[in-house]
Design a protein around this ligand. Structure first.
Ligand SMILES: [Zn+2]
Length: 291
């Protein structure tokens, strides 16, 4: 994905190097691969994306860094994130207009390191990127992307990062359209298995919206390059619940899925990209097994 010369969004709070001292507690537990499948923070609307993948080895830096100490790689990543955010602003403004949904409300991107406080509670970098509807902000620790590069082999592919951000923006769209609150209400009033199924619908819908974003982004800017979608689909596969569970424990238990299988995540991302059609929703699919 080419982003040269593109605008950086200013709806960004750079809180890197501000937290100081807090260490992620999950890193390096005896070398055991620990995959936490649910990271809902207390009382919040946190919906994560790919925390499952990097939680295993995440180690928070022990020192607070000043702005001048950011590496070139980190600064490039920060710049790409701001450009991707700017693109989502343009795309969703257009989509909201086209659908007569009024003015698109921009979310804020918070870049942080180590630990961050949100309206959904405080989180460490180990949680991975998340969206909090309480303050309409998405929280991203850039070390997540460097881990992602190493572990998932999506090296240097900007579209893979864009997918992660666009997925979190997807939750913001769910919030603005009322889907998120409705789903959370339903989740609070039902049993665990059904709540997990609703969670899967929310996550796959965020993947779908990420695809819709890429559809419009490419139509408006011709920024997608050969192999980009495949890289995104590779990432979608690597963060499927079945894939992660099989890797961690040798088998998958579908009733505990919260994000959907590899196939489902790939399918919804791809469908969004190919159609760009906002009339489709995972909540319109009657039978859960048909997702
Ligand atoms: Zn999510």
């Amino acid at each position: 994905m080419r982003l040269d010369g593109r605008r950086e969004s200013s709806n960004v709070e750079d809180r890197r190097g501000m937290s100081g001292g807090a260490k992620a507690g999950i890193g390096g537990i005896g070398g055991i691969i620990l995959i936490a499948l649910f990271t809902f923070l207390q009382g919040g609307d946190v919906t994560d994306v790919v925390q499952n993948v990097v939680q295993q080895t995440m180690q928070a830096p022990t020192e607070t860094v000043g702005e001048e100490n950011f590496t070139e790689e980190e600064q490039e990543l920060a710049s790409d994130c701001k450009k991707i955010l700017a693109s989502t602003e343009e795309v969703w403004t257009k989509v909201f207009e086209e659908n007569g949904w009024g003015e698109y409300q921009y979310p804020t991107l918070v870049l942080f390191s180590n630990q961050v406080n949100s309206a959904c509670g405080s989180a460490t970098a180990a949680v991975g990127p998340f969206y909090c509807s309480g303050d309409q902000k998405l929280y991203v620790d850039l070390s997540f992307f460097t881990q992602m590069k190493r572990q998932l082999g999506v090296e240097g592919n900007t579209f893979a990062y864009a997918y992660v951000i666009a997925h979190e923006i997807g939750h913001h769209i769910e919030y603005l359209t009322g889907t998120l609150n409705k789903a959370h209400q339903a989740m609070n009033q039902t049993d665990k298995v059904t709540a997990n199924q609703i969670s899967v619908r929310l996550e796959l819908l965020a993947d779908y919206y990420a695809g819709v974003w890429a559809h419009y982004e490419d139509a408006m800017n011709h920024s997608m390059e050969y192999g980009d979608l495949e890289k995104g689909l590779e990432l979608a596969k690597a963060i499927g619940d079945d894939w992660l569970q099989k890797k961690a424990q040798g088998r998958a238990t579908p009733e505990s899925f919260t994000h959907g299988t590899s196939d489902q995540r790939k399918r919804w991302l791809k469908r969004g990209f190919e159609t760009g059609d906002m009339r489709t929703s995972t909540f319109a699919v009657q039978n859960y097994n048909d997702l």
